[in-house]
Structure formats: C-alpha cells, structure tokens
Design a protein around this ligand. Structure first.
Ligand SMILES: [Zn+2]
Length: 343
C-alpha cells in the first residue's frame, strides 16, 4: 500500500506551518439543516490538508473550557440554564440554533479552542482556531447562532492568568460584534460609534479611548444588517451596503492605525468572518474571495509590524456555495503563512 503524504507527515510530525492550528472534529455544531453550516470546520480542516497547506501535525486539539473560564464572562444563571437544559422557549428562539446537550459541549469546546489559540499566539506570534468567533453571545443570553462568547472568554482567561493586561478585538464579520462590545464596555460609560458618513476623527477616538480600559473593541460591519441595535464598540465602522474590496481595505487600515495610535494591546483577537463576501446569504457587502484574503493579510501585516501576537477565530460564513466559505476560511491560513513565513 502506498502511504500518502499526509500520513507520512503525521508519522514524522512534519509541520508545514510555523504556527499552530487549533481544531477538533468535535467543533461540529449539531444544529441540523441550518443556514450556518455546522460541518464547515471539518471541511476547512480537510481542505487545508488536501491542498497541502497544512499537515495533520499542524493541528492541535483543545480541551473544553472549564466552567470557571466560562464564568469569567457569562452569568451563573445563564450557565446553569445551559447545563440543565432550562432555557425558555424565547431564549432558545433568540439564540437561533436548537438547544441540545451536545451543542452545549460543542460551545464549551469552541471556547477551550479559543483559549488554546490565545496561549499559542502569545508563544508563537500567531495561532488560528478553525472555529469560534461567536461574537453575538452576551453575558446572560445567546443570540445569532452564538451560545458562548469564546472571544471574550479567551481574553479574560489570558488576563486572569496574568499573561496579558490589554487586548484588542478586530472583528471583521459582516455583522456587528454586539456581545463582545457589551462584555468589554466599562459599565455606565458609553462607547463610540463611527459611521462611514462621519469621518473617523481624533476627537471621536479620544472618547473611545476613555471608554475602553483593558480591551479595545473594533468592529467593521454592514450597518443595514443584524443586529438592529448595535451597542457601541470602542470603534464601530458602520459600512454601507455593497462596499467593495478597495474601500473596505482602506477602512480596515484606517481603523487599525487609529486604534493603535490610541491603544497598545498585548494580544489581538481577530474575528475573520467569511460573510462580508459578495455571495453571502446573510451579508450585503461585496468583497471578493481575493479581497477577503487581502483583508486577512492586512490584519496580519499590521500585527507583525506592531509586534503584537494575533489569535484568529472564524465566526460566520453563509456563501450560497459552501465551497466558497471553505475557500475563504482556508485562505486565512494561507494568508498567515504568507505573512509569517513557512518552515
Ligand atoms: Zn456574521
């Protein structure tokens, strides 16, 4: 029998990447036939190996987050409801995915994956979890296909363990990161809201700076889209319908340089949603597949130039052809390889 390259690489522990990918088959979200393709994680994993981008030995399996980790962000009441299956019908409806104990386990694992990716990123400069990015989860409830906010849990774990003090989230999913914005907003202090119409100016940024203490949140999203109410991030870019590659990349570059002019994080949490894609069923921006890869490269180039570790999670992606979603997410690893070099 002829041994395939993948199995040879696995046997010899040959790494094709100079950084780690965090992944488990159990990232699968058991939500049945749903606009969110719960099987996308495995398909990304398989594509990365088939295309020779990564070897099996580049993937590292996470453990589930502990309840203590989860409770750094979520309320005990909410965690109790999830663990005992006692969400109300309305709460389940708001989450927009069907509750099951298996789904709870998948979200605890996704949170564990983001924690591990944060840890690896701090060691290696970058790490990617082939999952996570559930930015619509609030401390006391889930929304928009998100049960736990793994982004916030990972950041809070790094702070608790005194590995970092300050972090920046760069959320490029087409939908605003409402849960993340609320979790990291200092209580009682309004954040900032910057539309495309209003120029991003330094007075606005000064306000944003005051409202952000230990985590600076940046969200680039389509204004005319879910969530209807957008609680303020430190910096929100409300983008107009149909925005294309060049304008989007200019906005992202501006947002990051303004963020860095006011705030110095020790970790960037990049939320690499695939849904700004022009063929997305739940998005109304017009980025191309190449534009999305350029977006990823821009974030990585800025992180590298600023010498700040970056962890990546995947969030949404609802392309009419699921193959496109898989390509966009796989390209994030390719972009990281191009920026951070290969071994
Ligand atoms: Zn989204």
């Amino acid at each position: 029998m002829i041994e395939g390259f993948a199995s040879r690489a696995a046997r010899r522990r040959v790494h094709m990447l100079p950084f780690k990918l965090v992944y488990s088959d159990d990232y699968f979200l058991p939500i049945g036939s749903h606009v969110f393709p719960g099987e996308k994680y495995k398909r990304i994993h398989d594509r990365l190996i088939e295309d020779g981008i990564a070897a099996p030995s580049d993937f590292f399996a996470p453990r589930p987050a502990t309840d203590q980790d989860v409770l750094l962000v979520h309320t005990p009441q909410y965690v109790h409801k999830l663990k005992t299956g006692t969400l109300s019908a309305r709460e389940e409806l708001e989450m927009e995915i069907p509750y099951s104990p298996e789904l709870v386990r998948a979200f605890w694992l996704a949170a564990g994956g983001s924690i591990l990716a944060a840890d690896y990123a701090l060691n290696d400069g970058i790490a990617i979890s082939i999952g996570g990015g559930f930015h619509h989860a609030f401390p006391d409830h889930g929304e928009g296909f998100c049960m736990l906010n793994d982004i916030a849990i990972a950041v809070r774990c790094m702070q608790r363990d005194e590995k970092i003090q300050k972090a920046m989230t760069v959320d490029c999913d087409v939908h605003q990161g409402n849960g993340t914005a609320v979790i990291f907003a200092p209580s009682g202090v309004p954040g900032n809201l910057v539309g495309m119409g209003a120029a991003i100016n330094h007075a606005e940024m000064a306000r944003a700076r005051r409202s952000s203490t230990d985590v600076f949140t940046i969200s680039l999203h389509q204004e005319n889209n879910y969530p209807a109410f957008k609680p303020p991030s430190s910096l929100d870019l409300n983008l107009p319908d149909g925005l294309g590659d060049d304008e989007y990349l200019a906005c992202l570059g501006d947002a990051m340089s303004l963020g860095f002019s006011k705030f110095r994080p020790e970790l960037i949490s990049y939320v690499a949603g695939a849904d700004p894609y022009r063929e997305d069923q739940l998005g109304g921006l017009s980025l191309s597949i190449e534009g999305l890869k350029a977006r990823d490269k821009l974030v990585f180039e800025v992180a590298k130039a600023e010498d700040i570790p970056v962890m990546v999670t995947y969030a949404g992606g609802y392309a009419r052809r699921i193959e496109d979603t898989i390509t966009i997410h796989s390209n994030t690893v390719v972009a990281a390889k191009e920026v951070f070099g290969s071994t």
